[in-house]
Design a protein around this ligand. Structure first.
Ligand code: ATP
Length: 291
């Protein structure tokens, strides 16, 4: 049996440079793994094909699920005749802007690669992963990364200094396709300073990082869901260095110097927004996989 953890991410910075003629958006993002994860197990079985069970969420366990699609793709490529039974224990909020589906798909690629001894390298898994979703190459290893192109050009960055996070996901799901579809990439009046943030990460300068937090997708999602701005404001009023929407939203995260301040802020937000999923967590390095 093989087990894999699938970690959620947040975006410390998210910029969109342009919409390409083929409809994809060219991005420049700083991705960071957080300590919230799904767990997947993989077991060989005699019956051919893919058996798939999901615990902890009401999600389709069929070809619509990225785990199933990732598994089917690898097994087809390597003409695997044995079967596999996959279990997904879901904890990452869904349609949240935390790349839960991409993290699961990446974990499925790693898990099947190991279970069947396929011998794919990290780079090869990333190349296969990008055909299923732009965030999947990053999710193969996670950690702190600059992500460019459509998400396939990855450059490791320094891990941020120790700090504490409050993550709040209001009780609404946001479609990533809707947000990118409504983004006016050529009319953005603000672009976050991603290069400056990378330099602040290299210098271990937490204030330099938090001062540069920005996400151009807020221009679309916040207009639809004003609760995002309210959560950001609440987090800052409750002592965050800064707060931002992650990915296409609606999840908001705040960065705190002290754990106690973060815990107090989370408790106060729970009182005001009881329907939100709220976590106090921290940044983690990502998955140790490959060389
Ligand atoms: P991203 O940050 O990459 O945009 P997200 O956090 O916004 O991702 P996900 O939770 O990854 O969104 O999923 C979005 C949609 O994808 C869900 O509504 C669901 O129907 C579908 N999906 C397919 N496979 C999965 C999976 N394994 N986990 C969660 N959602 C999945």
């Amino acid at each position: 049996m093989v087990k894999q953890k699938a970690y959620a991410k947040i975006n410390l910075g998210l910029d969109v440079l342009r919409r390409r003629p083929d409809g994809y958006h060219e991005v420049k993002m700083i991705m960071q793994t957080v300590d919230i994860c799904d767990e997947l197990t993989f077991e060989k079985r005699e019956e051919p094909g893919i058996g798939f069970q999901i615990e902890g969420a009401d999600l389709p366990a069929d070809e619509n699920n990225l785990v199933y699609r990732a598994a089917a793709l690898l097994m087809e490529k390597r003409q695997i005749r044995e079967g596999v039974s996959i279990t997904l224990q879901k904890r990452i909020p869904i349609a949240a802007g935390m790349a839960g589906g991409s993290a699961d798909a990446a974990a499925a690629l790693r898990g099947l690669n190991d279970l069947f001894g396929m011998g794919y390298s990290v780079e090869e898994l990333q190349e296969i992963g990008v055909t299923l979703g732009a965030d999947i190459p990053y999710c193969i290893q996670g950690g702190t990364m600059l992500s460019e192109g459509i998400g396939e050009i990855l450059t490791p960055l320094s891990v941020p200094p120790a700090c504490h996070l409050v993550i709040a996901k209001p009780d609404i799901g946001v479609s990533t396709a809707f947000v990118y579809g409504h983004l006016q990439a050529d009319r953005l009046s603000f672009h976050p300073d991603i290069d400056g943030m990378a330099a602040a990460l290299a210098a271990g300068d937490l204030k330099g990082i938090t001062d540069r937090m920005g996400n151009v997708l807020e221009t679309v999602t916040v207009k639809e869901y004003p609760i995002i701005d309210r959560l950001k404001q609440m987090m800052c009023d409750l002592g965050a260095e800064n707060a931002l929407m992650s990915g296409s939203g609606p999840t908001v995260f705040g960065i705190y110097q002290e754990k106690q301040t973060a815990e107090k802020a989370a408790a106060a937000i729970r009182e005001e927004e009881p329907a939100s999923a709220i976590f106090v967590t921290r940044f983690v390095k990502g998955v140790v996989y490959g060389s």
